[in-house]
Ligand binder design. Sequence first.
Ligand code: NAI
Length: 379
Amino acid sequence: MAIEPVIQGVIARNCDPEGCSEAVLQQIEFVKKQPAPAYTPKRVLIIGASSGFGLATRIVSAFGAGADTIGVSFERSPSEKGCGTAGWHNNLAFCEAAKQEGLIAENIVGDAFSPAIRQHVVNTIKERFEGKVDLVVYSLAAGIRLDHKTGELVRSAIKPTGRKYQGFTLDLEHEALHSVTLEPASQKEINDTVKVMGGEDWHEWIDLLASKKLLTKDVKTLAYSYIGPEITHELYHQGTLGFAKQDLQRHASKIHDSLKPFNGEARVAVCKALVTKASVFIPGFGPYIMALYKAMKEQGLHEGCIEQIQRMFIEKLTISNASVIDSDRLIRMDDWELKPEIQSKVSQLLDQTTEDNFKTMLDFDGLKSEFLTLNGFLR
Ligand code: NAI
């Protein structure tokens, strides 16, 4: 019997395991049809590997570059209470497909901030990867972080800073736009968001792997960020998330310097705004994504996570530490999103959008269908 989606606000309360598997296989098929990338890491660790950009990175690494992979994620297995999370089933589908190709694929499920999971990863690299990784991708999107040193549970807050934000937020359950007012974040909320979503944890991971001598010569490490056009800055770039992403950039520079003995590089890749489990959670962001999808699809420039990461491997990453970067030392995968012709269309669409017409004015169907696909409900 077909499983019907249960959606609460912007959260899917269930998933269709077979559909999740099918969606992973579709991404694998896409990658197999593309030209092979010049950058071909052989042993890749992805932290945040079960969905969105992390899963796409794992698929391109394995099925584009032929890499063995270890994927860390925080997912729930099926139990008497439910069918488990989509990411759980994505992990299984990925591993099965990778093993069929003769690739090593290990899933490590648990809290990436915890010493126990880090140790588990270290042991797995030693046992399964002959003690070395050549690419480490940090693609966590977490709302909370248990500080294992102090025992404190730190929560991120998605808020503007300095002044309040007023806009529309999308309710997928009722297919409605609601007006929303977000008060500016306190200094503690900014600090906490930086703690959860900034670069400290990424830095600790790389320091640990380096101290255990698990990094190869020419090792690369990447973390993902978002900047966006000016119309989103109030909410994102100048908001709490923007503070966290600036912290990520600061850590990238320090990690980059620390990798000099390996001839390695640490980069932040700025990606396009896309529908993922994490991004639908950002209040006020839904209308922008729907307008962006409409504009990019009309102009034949739309990409999902898999297309973004595939293009990054082909066009931006190199074997040595010479990836294609801008003057801020960022890899720009948001180049198409920020094209003036795309952004002028987005602004025009948003200017005309109301609570009553957003379903036809913007790409509501596209956003909803991608959201359902993330949870295995393929239409
Ligand atoms: P996602 O929600 O699809 O994936 C997040 C991953 O992190 C999942 O694999 C999840 O299991 C894992 N995770 C979360 N907490 C964890 C924990 N404590 N321990 C272990 N694993 C944990 O998110 P998405 O959107 O792919 O985000 C990944 C990165 O890409 C984030 O840094 C995000 O800011 C960035 N990004 C996202 C954009 C978007 O529009 N979705 C745009 C540009 C950058």
